[in-house]
Design a protein around this ligand. Structure first.
Ligand code: ATP
Length: 736
């Protein structure tokens, strides 16, 4: 059987298959091993490299791999698969027991055990520790240990034999085992979709395994997995917290029926079943929530009810006098609604401060913090924001320390925070800036982490795009009646620019105003998308000639696709600002080429590297370097993010993208000296007032819009801010 498998696989892939014995572990880090291996046939020692687990010298292995020639270490076999044949003869079993794998057994005891049970030794020991009771020199505790070790060994063996050929790596098999224990192989073979529960595989990979195993395409397991997959993906891509039954069924059937014929009724039956379990999906009438979003909404709503009902308003200090003193100290006369905000924070535990650019949100926040400290010199005030860029900016404008919510709550890789209901954040006033970016899951973490004695000030601009993740938290809180101060007076307008004026005009649905005597807001009329792209290129060149740097100029696009989408514009801009240089190293990832000097954006949170989704950096170097951990030369790219050098290996480049042009969504919470934006009906589906408003408010010194008046008007008129399906308002209202 074993040999048959080898034959089968030899014919499918052109890899070397070698049987032999591990002689020495040359290097090991986690699962990665470099081993000296004695090939059975040639009796020659070779070096094998790859992911292994629980291996030790003298282990018999069969390895599959490809030969590679390493500049430093010479000829070595890169192992993609391996198996450890089960010991079957008495001699093999004795050698195996004595090999050092099983604590408490050396050669003498191994020989005694095998003498007692013969070729059935491993089977017998698996039945229980008591069978070892008569073996001289083995006490109860050791017997238990030997039994346990053998059981685990056999399970691991079983795992490797059954999973590696299905496309699992050794470490994936180990992760699956950690979760499903002895049931792992059974689960994979009967319902591989369960691997999606532990985020080991997505639906598509699980479906491939199921198809490889010949499992039926209309099984309940497959239909349920597809339903859960589309619910998760659709809420992620649309920002909705719930979807209708019909939406889910339509999408699930599209996915399922690529290679089968599942009926609407069968899918509906499975959806009903999943909803009645009330865990992965929760049904409220026609609305279906992913369970975790439903729970997040309920928790936020509960916490808000509790926070707002626990406020102590009996003040023993002369607030009006304190505001006057603040005005004297800061030489700023607060406007009426700025004063209201200062007063409100002492009357409620949860306050929202919103307003457009230049309306004095930062100034009001400063006043609140200052006066709060005057009232209580020992008050612990914490400043935070959803992204690294927003928190850095907050720190600059307030002159105080500010960090991301993730770092504040000490949220670990698996999303678990150190501060939560049982261990609340020690804090009297928590200020969160850019709070329009809070999605419902992050809001849950924030509200769960604070006690009823903490006040929260949420600062943000509700007219910006909503959070990237599901939910519309800031808007929902305002609409649910949470105390809100809305700043309307524009303080910057007089002395400053058309940018602020036009941002407010856009927000009010009015056309932009181009003042001839100002040179910070341009609209360049162009119809043809190719010409728009060329004009954008020319504008970039012009700004560079004027002395701006690549980092200061940002192209913001509604979409990624098309001639004026980020993908194409990045390619074009790169070709002029950072063209291919003869002899210089480059690295490819997907359709993108990275060169030293390129502006790049991180596209997912990486806690290990401390670089987060949306962080922008500059590539510093591309080349090979000696990786101590791997003990070999690897190609890598280093980039500078916020003054820190970060290294990416070739297989990590999927986390980076060129960033000369980014989507408006990605720009939330950032500011740039100059913003250039294509405005064309090619991006019709995305043209909305809040998108244009968000883009324009990112600019500090200059905005250049290139496109058609028609597209611009469409965007300004479209204030049907794409509705998000959420239930937070309802949940808060019903609590009240
Ligand atoms: N009451 C006031 N009197 C005079 N100037 C003020 C007042 N409030 C704010 N300002 C000034 O107006 C300008 C804009 O204020 P601020 O930076 O607080 O606005 P903002 O809403 O935070 O803007 P943005 O969202 O664009 O950062 C600042 O120069 C600030 O000092």
């Amino acid at each position: 059987m074993f040999a048959e498998q080898i034959e089968q696989q030899t014919s499918q892939v052109s890899t070397a298959i070698i049987k032999g014995i591990i002689k020495r572990i040359i290097f090991q880090k986690d699962d990665f091993h470099i081993l000296s291996f004695m090939a059975e046939k040639t009796k020659e020692p070779i070096t094998i490299v790859g992911d292994f687990f629980n291996v030790a010298p003298e282990d018999d292995l069969t390895v599959w791999g490809e030969w590679e020639s390493h500049p430093k270490f010479g000829h070595q076999l890169k192992v993609s698969k391996w198996e450890r044949p089960l010991p079957s003869t008495m001699e093999q079993i004795e050698k195996y027991l004595a090999s050092g794998h099983i604590k408490g057994i050396g050669p003498v005891k191994a020989a005694r055990i095998v003498r007692e049970f013969g070729e059935r030794t491993l089977d017998v020991i698996q039945t229980g520790p008591d069978v070892l009771g008569n073996i001289k020199g083995i006490n109860r505790e050791q017997a238990q240990h030997i039994h346990q070790s053998i059981v685990e060994r056999m399970e691991e063996q079983h795992l490797l034999l059954n999973l590696l050929h299905l496309g699992f790596s050794a470490s994936m098999a180990k992760r699956a085992y950690k979760h499903f224990k002895s049931k792992t192989v059974d689960i994979v073979k009967t319902n591989p979709y369960r691997l999606t529960e532990v985020n080991l595989f997505g639906f598509h990979k699980a479906d491939q395994i199921a198809s490889h195993l010949g499992l039926p395409t209309d099984s309940s397991e497959r239909i349920q997995a597809a339903i859960l997959h589309v619910t998760e993906e659709t809420t992620k891509s649309t920002g909705h917290c719930w979807l209708t039954r019909d939406e889910i069924l339509e999408e699930a059937l599209k996915l399922l029926n690529k290679n089968s014929n599942v009926s609407w009724e069968s899918a509906e039956k499975e959806l009903t079943y999943l909803s009645t379990l009330d865990s992965q999906l929760v049904q409220m009438g026609e609305q279906i929530y992913p369970g975790r979003l439903f729970r997040a909404e309920s928790i936020v709503a509960n916490r808000i009810s509790s926070l707002t009902s626990s406020v102590h308003t009996n003040r023993h200090f002369p607030l009006h006098r304190m505001i006057e003193l603040y005005e004297k100290r800061s030489k700023i006369k607060l406007a009426k609604n700025q004063r209201e905000a200062v007063e409100a924070i002492f009357q409620t535990n949860l306050l929202i401060l919103t307003g457009g650019p230049g309306t004095g949100k930062t100034q009001t926040t400063r006043a609140i913090i200052d006066i709060f400290e005057q009232v209580n010199a020992n008050a612990k005030i914490v400043l935070s924001a959803p992204t690294g860029r927003a928190s850095r900016r907050m720190s600059e404008v307030t002159g105080r320390e500010a960090g991301t919510i993730h770092s504040l709550l000490k949220i670990n890789k698996s999303g678990k925070p150190t501060y939560d209901t049982n261990n609340p954040l020690p804090c009297d006033l928590l200020v969160i800036d850019e709070s329009s970016m809070l999605d419902i899951s992050l809001a849950r973490r924030v509200f769960e982490s604070i006690s009823d004695d903490t006040k929260i000030l949420l600062v943000g601009d509700i007219d910006q795009l909503p959070s990237v993740g599901p939910g519309n938290v800031l808007n929902d809180l305002i609409n649910a009646g949470v105390s809100t101060v809305r700043l309307k007076e524009i303080f910057r307008q007089g002395k400053e620019s058309q940018i602020v004026i036009n941002a407010h005009r856009i927000n009010q649905g009015k056309n932009i105003d181009i003042a001839v005597n100002k040179d910070d807001f341009y609209f360049i009329a162009k119809e043809d998308p190719e010409e728009i792209a060329q004009l954008i290129l020319r504008s970039v060149r012009r700004l560079l000639q004027k002395g701006m740097t690549v980092e200061e100029i940002q192209i913001l696009c509604p979409m990624k696709k098309g001639p004026v989408g980020t993908t194409n514009l990045n390619r074009l801009i790169q070709s002029i600002v950072n063209p291919k240089m003869y002899g210089a190293s480059e690295l490819m990832s997907g359709n993108e080429v990275f060169r030293s000097g390129d502006k790049v954006i991180q596209t997912k949170n990486n806690y290990g590297k401390q670089v987060f989704n949306g962080d922008v950096g500059i590539v510093q170097n591309i080349g090979s370097f000696y990786d101590e951990d791997e003990g070999r030369e690897v190609m890598s790219l280093t980039a500078i993010f916020n003054g820190e050098t970060v290294r990416y290996q070739e297989n990590e480049l999927g986390q980076l993208s060129l960033a000369y042009a980014v989507t408006v969504h990605k720009s939330q919470g950032s500011e740039y000296e100059a913003v250039i934006m294509p405005v064309t009906t090619q991006h019709y589906v995305m043209l909305a007032r809040n998108l244009l408003y968000t883009a324009v408010t990112r600019a500090k010194k200059m905005v250049i819009l290139v496109g058609t008046q028609k597209a611009l008007h469409l965007a300004i008129r479209n204030n049907k801010i794409s509705q998000r399906n959420t239930g937070l308002i309802h949940k808060i209202v019903t609590k009240g």
